[in-house]
Design a protein around this ligand. Structure first.
Ligand SMILES: Cc1cc2nc3c(=O)[nH]c(=O)nc-3n(C[C@H](O)[C@H](O)[C@H](O)COP(=O)(O)O)c2cc1C
Length: 223
């Protein structure tokens, strides 16, 4: 798949076939992804790849935490947003529910959909991305580069994925589960698997603000 096509057609996948993903394929994707640039080639990213019964156990724990409405305790504080960005997020969520035919007032279906998200959408594989806790925000950029590479490379190999803050909501619990020390900070998780082609949710095309709202041109006629 050509690079621009892969970037433009990648989208978050939230319904997976149960089929396992071969380990050698995940290795190929990670091997390509770590070609990402990083400050001074420090390569601050570290990964935990989880699947099979081990992931099922973790997904069950996430569901239990969500049902108990446990207070989130991520290693990095979750962001809050100014109004215009919050609005984009709310519109995005509303559009997704509409596509799924879930009414805003249908609390039970929204709850069940929320729980599916807590279970990392029941994906057959999850990748947890973490780094040394002491690192500064530039390392987070490096993790972002490698994360995007993973998603695009997976897409180019016919796999789907979605980045999930949901998987790092309970940092200490996940680190303990993975045997990671307190000196590491979990940054983000990724659900990975084969997209279910029958699921309409997988066709959801998230909007983007027009480029003219976010780009200014200086000595270049790109407008
Ligand atoms: C840092 C980060 C955290 C995210 N966490 C979640 C999440 O917990 N649940 C979810 O359904 N999607 C999550 N997403 C996916 C975004 O909702 C999605 O990327 C966005 O709506 C754009 O859609 P697209 O990926 O299809 O282009 C997250 C994305 C990022 C970058």
């Amino acid at each position: 798949m050509e690079a621009l096509e892969a970037i433009k057609t990648r989208k978050s996948i939230r319904v997976y076939k149960p089929d396992p993903v071969p380990g050698h394929l995940i290795r190929e994707i990670l091997d390509a992804a770590v070609r990402a640039p990083s400050w001074g080639n420090t390569q601050p990213w570290e990964f935990a790849v989880v699947g099979g019964p081990k992931l099922k156990e973790l997904q069950k724990r996430f569901q239990t935490q969500a049902e108990a409405r446990a207070e989130p305790a991520p290693d990095l504080p979750f962001p809050s947003f100014p109004e215009h960005l919050r609005q984009r997020s709310q519109e995005n969520a509303a559009q997704r529910l509409e596509l799924q035919g879930i009414a805003r007032e249908d609390r039970e279906r929204r709850r069940l959909e929320g729980l599916r998200g807590s279970r990392l959408f029941d994906a057959p594989v999850a990748i947890f991305v973490y780094m040394e806790r002491e690192l500064n925000p530039y390392a987070l950029m490096d993790l972002g580069f490698v994360f995007q590479n993973i998603m695009v490379a997976a897409h180019a190999r016919g796999l789907g994925s979605v980045p999930l803050a949901a998987g790092v909501r309970y940092g200490a619990m996940v680190r303990e589960f993975l045997g990671l020390p307190d000196s590491k900070a979990l940054v983000l998780s990724l659900a990975l698997g084969y997209p279910d082609p029958k699921a309409s949710l997988n066709n959801f095309a998230s909007a983007r603000v027009p480029l003219k709202e976010v780009v200014s041109w200086h000595g270049v006629d790109g407008a």
